[in-house]
Design a protein. Sequence first.
Length: 164
Amino acid sequence: MKTLILYTTTYGLTKTMAEKLAEKITGDVDCINLMNQTQVDLKAYKHLIFGGSIYMGQIQKKMKQFCTENEREILEHPVSLFLCCGVNENFKTNLENAFPKRIIDHSKNKVSFGGLLNTDQMKFMHKTITKLMVKSSEKEGKALPKPNLDAIEGLAETLNADIA
């Protein structure tokens, strides 16, 4: 059974996490960045996994648009969703802003893979906003976001049990 991981990324963390997930899933897995390839034949896959990063509460427009335009076909498959987001307390809200409600309701797995504030790759404005957020978090004693590799492991185990 073929699995598709379709993702969008801004600074690369989602790509890294999607590739790590792909390595842990049993069987044939394609990992496609929707930012580079917008034509995808969903009928070629049994399982669909969608993921993206959250910035300022929003996922990349290409992911949102793809899911909206292909909702009917997506709902014909087993679906899992993941987000790379820095504030886990906002995961549910971010998920609701990222994907159509019917896809969220249909999806078996909804997982946060954590986040990463990699200012080296950011544009000036994003870097400035991020530095302000970091200062605010430090004042409040909040931990900075970090990738959650255990979440990848957990999702892979769940998916592999379904595939077997």
